[in-house]
Design a binder for this molecule. Structure first.
Ligand code: HEC
Length: 143
């Protein structure tokens, strides 16, 4: 009789425990594989960069980059800035083709909107400044 009661209690506790363990595994393993890729909406692809080929704008972007972005993305844009080391996901490496293959509009949109742990720069930077940064990100990518 005592054994039977214990058995029932075990089931009562074991089922929700098992559920919780599966849930925990699902959330932590998702973390281990990193966040889903950050994709800008396709509408952003048609945003026109007013500074294509404008070297003054690229130089201005470089100054902004040093001030606002290098701390996480690194001096050369390799995603190795001091403040980025412990972030999840890690800051983007602008030399990579998965960044450079995106349109100027998509990169501009991401700087504008941000995604945690990266902030939105919609109000901190003007439209002009965000496009100047797009130019400089192209330079960091060797383009
Ligand atoms: C607090 C650290 C931090 C700062 C400061 C920061 N970023 Fe980021 N940035 C990140 C992280 C982390 C990601 C990756 C986010 C993700 O994939 O969800 C990222 C991603 C990006 C991306 C998207 C890359 C891709 O996957 O397509 C761009 C573009 C970008 N950053 C530009 C900038 C620019 C320009 C600045 C300066 C105005 C800046 N970031 C400042 C942390 C930072």
């Amino acid at each position: 009789m005592e054994d039977f009661k214990n058995n029932r209690r075990f089931k009562f506790i074991a089922a929700p425990m098992l559920f919780l363990m599966v849930l925990l595994f699902a959330t932590t393993s998702n973390d281990a594989f990193g966040q889903t890729a950050w994709v800008a909406p396709s509408s952003s692809n048609s945003l026109k960069n007013p500074y294509v080929g404008n070297t003054n704008a690229t130089a201005a972007g470089k100054n902004l980059y040093k001030q606002f972005c290098a701390i996480c993305h690194g001096d050369k844009g390799k995603g190795d800035g001091l403040a980025g080391m412990t972030l999840k996901p890690r800051p983007a490496n602008f030399a990579k083709s998965d960044i450079q293959s995106q349109t100027d509009g998509a990169i501009y949109w991401k700087i504008t909107e941000g995604r945690a742990p990266m902030a939105s720069y919609k109000t901190a930077l003007t439209e002009q400044q965000r496009w100047q940064l797009v130019n400089y990100i192209r330079q960091l990518g060797g383009k």
